[in-house]
Design a protein. Structure first.
Length: 233
């Protein structure tokens, strides 16, 4: 109450002197941030050549989104195959994402699994974001055409210098039931562990090299030396 009694006379004195008690900011100040501004990003996470036993392989893994702070349209695609041959696995996802916390997006949409044949169309529910200790996580559940299945990807960027960054990575898939047409077994299907060292020539452009170890349940394991590129815009 005492502060209010002191504040009212102060406003009266400023008004009497011709000063505005609530002046507008100077014109040279920047405009405030627009809360509903839309942004876009395209990220090519992995585009790589894989030197491995047998035929060498290639792989792509990328995503893109467009939207604001709360809602976004999200596209994802990944696949792999042998050099000189067609893709052995490939899928595309179209998702609507909603931010549920400062670091997490809940995504839902449609997935088209193009390879292996026959193709499958399924619904998708996914959670993507940044876990504690800066662990990037992307967990997806697929349902609809064919058995319920899922995929989890986790990776961590550890800077060695301002430009050299080492990235351990884990990817695992599973299926709730077997799918004889596509050669998929029930349960845990594939686990891939990787370690990649990249050099950021620019933040948006970084070649890398590393190793990858893949275990396919019922089909054995193999390892590969990888050379690739990570880029974003």
């Amino acid at each position: 109450m005492r502060r209010l009694l002191l504040f009212v006379p102060l406003l009266w004195l400023q008004s009497a002197s011709g000063q505005d008690p609530y002046p507008l900011p100077p014109r040279e100040w920047p405009q405030p941030v627009m809360d509903r501004e839309l942004f876009a990003m395209v990220l090519l996470e992995r585009l790589e050549y894989r030197a491995q036993s047998g035929d060498d392989g290639w792989l792509w893994d990328g995503q893109a989104w467009y939207g604001g702070d709360r809602y976004r349209l999200w596209l994802k695609s990944e696949g792999e195959g042998e050099v000189g041959g067609r893709a052995e696995s490939a899928d595309v996802q179209a998702l609507l994402a909603r931010r549920i916390s400062p670091y997490w997006h809940l995504q839902a949409g449609v997935r088209e699994a193009l390879r292996p044949r026959p193709s499958r169309t399924s619904g998708v529910v996914a959670l993507q974001g940044l876990a504690p200790y800066w662990l990037e996580l992307d967990a997806s559940l697929f349902f609809g055409d064919g058995p319920v299945s899922g995929r989890v990807e986790a990776e961590y960027d550890q800077p060695l210098t301002q430009r050299w960054i080492v990235q351990p990575r884990l990817e695992a898939t599973w299926s709730g039931d077997s799918d004889a047409e596509r050669g998929v077994r029930s349960g845990l299907g594939e686990i891939e562990l990787g370690l990649r060292l990249r050099y950021e020539m620019r933040r948006e452009f970084a070649p890398y090299a590393g190793v990858s170890w893949t275990h396919r349940v019922g089909a054995g394991s193999d390892s590969a030396l990888v050379l690739g590129l990570r880029a974003w815009y």
